[in-house]
Write a protein that binds this ligand. Structure first.
Ligand code: ADP
Length: 250
């Protein structure tokens, strides 16, 4: 589903990704770990077309991100093409980013109606069943301001799912939450992982990584230091940098 080959990204003189190689297969859950500033957010923003790569090759579901190959040449994608690709990728941020003037249900319905031009009645059915899936059926009419952080994040996940994405990206989805609200969001994410969704999750939640991740990638300073199944990377890390990091967050 995602294939990164020697992906590099610079902001001016600062090279923040220095040759990333990794792959995520369909139905797999990958967690990305690493100290602040190691390039995790930048990497998932590249996948979602929020930044463009400086060098290397990045594909999602076999399609190049940002470019189209035609007769051996690369052409930048048109805005409509980028929008089409982005519509198939769901992203959940640290801050829930719900529209404050819309109810939970309206938030979830907005993109399928506005972007995909789907009939309202169809979207409504799907949105209601997603609200149920994230345990928020009784809050469909509530505005974000009246919801806890955990509830807002669950609505944000339902909103992303309502576009029926083939890939879900999570950027530290629980790190802005009060500790007692983390579990309810992780439970929704675990349920999603078990349903077969392909997911890339930037998180420091080791329990989540151990329980549901197929692979754990430890990044530092713009490179992948170590990658493998959680039973290896988290339990028996080979590199000193990984060992130090894990001993600090556990
Ligand atoms: P992480 O998610 O691992 O904390 P980030 O991907 O957010 O790391 O950041 C990696 C580095 O890139 C940091 O040094 C950050 O300051 C820098 N960076 C991120 N976005 C930008 C930007 N738009 N312009 C300049 N520097 C940036």
């Amino acid at each position: 589903m995602v294939l990164a080959e020697n992906v590099r990204k610079s902001f001016g003189q600062l090279e923040v990704l220095r040759g990333i190689n990794l792959q995520v297969h369909r139905g797999e859950v990958m967690t990305l770990l690493g100290p602040s500033g190691s390039g995790k957010t930048t990497f998932i923003r590249l996948i979602n077309h929020l930044e463009t790569i400086s060098a290397g090759r990045l594909t999602v579901d076999g399609q190049l991100v940002g470019y189209r190959e035609h007769e051996g040449r690369l052409h930048e994608l048109r805005e409509s093409e980028v929008a089409g690709m982005r519509a198939e990728i769901g992203m959940v941020f640290q801050r829930f980013n719900l529209f404050p003037h819309m109810t939970a249900l309206q938030n979830i319905m907005a993109a399928p109606i506005g972007v995909r031009r789907e009939p309202k009645s169809v979207v409504r059915e799907r949105a209601l069943s997603l609200l149920e899936r994230v345990g928020m059926s009784d809050k469909s009419g509530a505005y974000p301001g009246a919801l806890s952080g955990g509830q807002q994040q669950r609505v944000a996940i339902a909103r992303a799912l309502c576009m029926e994405p083939k890939l879900m990206l999570f950027d530290e989805p629980t790190s802005a939450l009060d500790p007692e609200l983390v579990g309810e969001v992780l439970d929704v994410m675990k349920d999603l992982a078990r349903s077969g969704m392909t997911m890339i999750v930037v998180t420091h939640e080791m329990g989540f990584a151990k329980e549901v991740a197929d692979s754990v990638v430890f990044m530092d300073n713009g490179v992948v230091v170590e990658a493998g199944p959680p039973g290896e990377v988290l339990v028996n890390p080979q590199h000193k940098r990984t060992q130090d990091f894990i001993s600090k967050v556990l």
